[in-house]
Design a protein around this ligand. Structure first.
Ligand code: C2O
Ligand code: CU
Ligand code: CU
Length: 517
């Protein structure tokens, strides 16, 4: 039971909504007027950190099927050299962090069989997938490790699926988009992702292939994630229980989110990538637990290159949107084209995080190596299939507040005043209904819905921001901010989730059930 589980948790000295608001800078700001750039606290690495832009950017290999549209992944522990000369133990999909990239075609179903050789139960969720509930990775649908006995940690009686191997079926009946797969075990998602359980999944289709966007080596998936390293080389993480068997959550001062002081892209620290002086398509994912970024591409002479956005979380925009700065919250994806044609050969373009300080300002660099022909293009019309739901189409309007609160005497994070309970249905909706959800936040909360894509209708009572364009599955609420989203509950009936994608908030109960009937 969730309740028993929460009372078992250690009661911490500090915490509570007020302590937390102070820690995140809200109280000091005198309310909601000033928006602090981060929600969370930064862990400092205990090993020397390498200079930036030395390690080449890895691109995760595309997973080969084992049969027609069938994939197998073994989840296992391994070690890797992430910082030069330092061995880091990892939990991985298939022995690598990030895991192997799955490439699928729209409308062509695949199955992915996961084997769990890790020391803890796991759950696989395809983030952004339009997936039947049985394969969506509900947080108690566990894949058990080999030596797991009842009595170890939380076991929910509703966790009916407790196998050592599990086959997930993905119909892929959805728009082409960059998705990602990651762990989703109840109460322990954040440390599992932190230890390495995350990988990319790209859905493609013929219409997108025909657009002429930069492709092949000029299409780069970039999984951005911060981490910190302990003295022994392991990823540091402030878990209440380092074995991850008993106590979920993190200790103070990290309850608002765990930030690292090393920025990894595709698992490499501040990497560098050699590029042609041509257009590149960068498929950005923020896979950080809690860190937000505001990305800029800055040349050596201080120019900011255009970030021409062609896609959002759930695929192509109707037409390109040009940004100079692109905010990206945990779990969000942006598909942007950057043109290096005017950058002098031999010079560098740095992807900078405006919200970072010192080392966390740098993300990665591109070194322009040579002039090159470029027949790619960014057409003015990218897609014509974007939903056009209007406010008047909504049959239901719901309100959800995302706020700090107490859960059985401990610090927690609540939706509508309630902590996650797998036994309670929070929202029941009819398949096919259009709904408007009004969301409001205390600190930063990136709010994610399973199953559906949505559009942002408004932000703070005003029109959406330029980066809210297109079809989203995660919307970033800033401190004190409200937003309205609209969606149609299409796809499948069954039990799904919505939650905050700050992974620490999620583990500390900021999640709710969504039942499509
Ligand atoms: Cu990215 Cu419920 O998850
Ligand atoms: Cu998801
Ligand atoms: Cu949150």
């Amino acid at each position: 039971m969730r309740g028993e589980d929460l009372t078992r948790r250690r009661v911490l000295g500090i915490g509570g909504a007020l302590g937390l608001m102070a820690a995140t800078g809200l109280a000091a700001a005198g309310g909601m007027a000033r928006r602090p750039p981060t929600t969370g606290a930064e862990l400092r690495s205990a090993v020397p950190l390498p200079p930036p832009f030395r390690v080449p950017l890895p691109v995760p290999p595309v997973l080969a099927p084992v049969g027609a549209d069938r994939y197998e992944i073994t989840q296992r522990a391994t070690t890797a050299e992430i910082l030069p000369g330092v061995r880091t133990p990892l939990w991985t999909y298939g022995g690598a962090f990030p895991g192997p990239t799955i490439e699928s075609r729209r409308g062509r179903p695949i199955t992915v069989t996961h084997h769990n050789e890790l020391p803890v139960p796991t759950v696989v969720h395809l983030h952004g997938g339009r997936t039947p509930a049985a394969s969506d990775g509900y947080p108690t649908d566990l894949v058990l490790p080999r030596d797991w006995h009842a009595g170890h940690g939380m076991h929910d009686p509703r966790a009916v699926v407790t196998e050592r191997t599990r086959e997930y079926t993905f119909p892929m009946d959805q728009r082409s988009a960059l998705l990602w797969y990651h762990d989703h075990r109840m109460d322990f998602t954040a440390p599992a992702i932190w230890r390495g359980l995350a990988g990319l999944h790209i859905v493609r289709d013929d219409a997108e292939d025909a657009l002429g966007l930069p492709a092949g080596p000029r299409e780069l998936p970039l999984m951005i994630a911060d981490r910190a390293f302990a003295a022994d080389g392991a990823f540091a993480y402030p878990s209440l229980d380092p074995t991850l068997r008993e106590l979920p959550g993190v200790h103070e001062p990290y309850v608002a989110g765990v930030l690292g002081d090393v920025i990894l892209v595709n698992g490499a620290p501040w990497p560098v990538h050699e590029v042609d002086a041509a257009r590149y398509r960068l498929r950005l994912l923020n896979a950080s637990n809690a860190r937000h970024y505001e990305l800029e591409a800055v040349t050596e002479d201080g120019r900011r290159l255009d970030l021409v956005q062609v896609g959002a979380d759930q695929g192509l925009l109707a037409g390109p949107v040009t940004h100079r700065v692109l905010p990206i919250a945990p779990a969000e994806r942006y598909d942007v084209v950057v043109d290096f044609a005017d950058v002098p050969v031999g010079s560098r373009v740095v992807l900078v995080n405006r919200l970072g300080v010192d080392r966390t300002r740098d993300v990665m660099a591109f070194r322009v190596a040579r002039r090159a022909a470029d027949d790619s293009r960014v057409p003015p019309v990218l897609a014509t299939d974007l939903p056009t739901w209007r406010r008047e189409d909504a049959v239901t309007v719901r309100d959800f507040a995302f706020r700090a609160g107490r859960v059985h005497g401990r610090h927690g994070w609540l939706i509508g005043g309630l902590p996650f309970d797998p036994a309670r249905t929070d929202v029941t909706t009819n398949l096919g209904d259009v709904e408007v959800w009004r969301l409001v936040a205390d600190v930063h909360h990136p709010v994610h819905l399973h199953l559906v894509g949505f559009r942002v209708l408004s932000r703070g009572g005003r029109p959406p921001l330029p980066h809210d364009a297109g079809l989203k599955d995660t919307v970033s609420l800033r401190p004190g901010e409200s937003a309205e989203i609209i969606t149609r509950f299409d796809g499948y009936r069954g039990r799904y989730l919505f939650h905050c994608h700050n992974a620490e908030h999620e583990d500390m109960a900021m999640m709710a059930n969504l039942e499509v009937v």
